[in-house]
Design a protein around this ligand. Structure first.
Ligand SMILES: Nc1ncnc2c1ncn2[C@@H]1O[C@H](C[S@+](CC[C@H]([NH3+])C(=O)[O-])CC(=O)[O-])[C@@H](O)[C@H]1O
Ligand SMILES: O=C(O)C(=O)Cc1ccccc1
Length: 255
């Protein structure tokens, strides 16, 4: 069993492989979190999201500050549970229920196995369900780590409001998202820098372009202004960017 205190981030389950999903020409069907993606997810997210490991470590640090006794913590769109494990690791308290939610059964199955492989000091439960149908209560910390971007835009405000309602005063929402820069030229530049990052991590131009096509209308990014406004409208007192690398951003919002 691996100790959560010595391994940051998700590491790699023994059977996880390299992401070759978009290697073959003609692979452009819409992106889905199916078994094929779940099987290579640690490699895919690590090589595709600038700052991913830093954000996971940062979530552990934020958990140290925000998780309070007699509350719960949520990892919404948990995939393999990296943020749930980070919250467990970072929390100063034990016996805090940490609830991971994902609507992909392939992810949930692997997440449960993955979490079993780590020693964790807080109980982690993983549920296969839609975030839109998740009850949130007595929360001191909620994480949406690159999840809201995959949800219909028309449903995003209600989700943020529901999270706000379930948070205790002083509780934190960590919202990480791929963003669109307001200035079109800067936006193009950030997209280019992101593609350079992917190329430097071993993805070919064909893989980058086919995945870009597959993500159209599936991952719908918004501007930072839209996120801050949505958080403000939900009632959050504070929303500040605590990490940004190119067009990948993480916001800390406090109730
Ligand atoms: N409506 C929904 N309800 C529940 N789950 C959903 C929904 N829509 C999408 N998902 C799930 O949200 C996750 C998004 S990945 C999160 C990474 C993780 N947070 C990490 O810190 O490693 C982000 C990425 O791959 O860029 C997937 O597992 C989906 O099945
Ligand atoms: O790969 C990309 O281009 C992304 O924008 C990030 C990403 C990472 C994992 C799944 C889907 C999108």
């Amino acid at each position: 069993m691996t100790s959560e205190s010595t391994k940051p981030g998700p590491g790699k389950p023994k059977d996880s492989g390299r992401d070759n999903i978009f290697t073959a020409p003609g692979t452009t069907s819409p992106f889905r979190f199916d078994e094929q993606v779940a099987a290579v997810f640690p490699d895919m997210i690590q090589r595709s999201v600038p700052g991913y490991s830093f954000i996971i470590s940062g979530i552990a640090g934020l958990a140290q500050k925000f998780i309070q006794p007699n509350t719960q913590a949520y990892d919404l769109g948990c995939s393999l549970g990296a943020a749930a494990l980070a919250m467990s690791r970072g929390s100063q308290h034990t016996n805090i229920p940490i609830i991971g939610i994902d609507n992909s059964s392939a992810m949930v199955e692997r997440c449960r196995l993955f979490i079993e492989g780590y020693r964790h000091k807080n109980p982690i439960q993983i549920h296969c369900q839609n975030i839109q149908e998740t009850t949130i209560s007595q929360a001191s910390m909620v994480v949406l780590n690159f999840t809201l971007q995959f949800i219909e835009q028309s449903e995003r405000q209600a989700i943020i409001e529901h999270i706000y309602d379930g948070l205790e005063p002083g509780g934190a929402l960590i919202l990480s998202e791929k963003i669109v820069a307001s200035d079109p030229a800067v936006n193009e530049l950030l997209i280019k820098l992101h593609h350079d990052f992917k190329r430097a991590n071993g993805y070919s131009d064909l893989e980058i372009s086919q995945k870009r096509t597959a993500l159209e209308n599936v991952l719908v990014p918004e501007t930072l202004e839209t996120h801050h406004l949505r958080l403000k409208n939900a009632g959050f007192k504070v929303s500040e960017v605590w990490h940004q690398q190119f067009n990948f951003c993480s916001i800390l919002a406090i109730k």
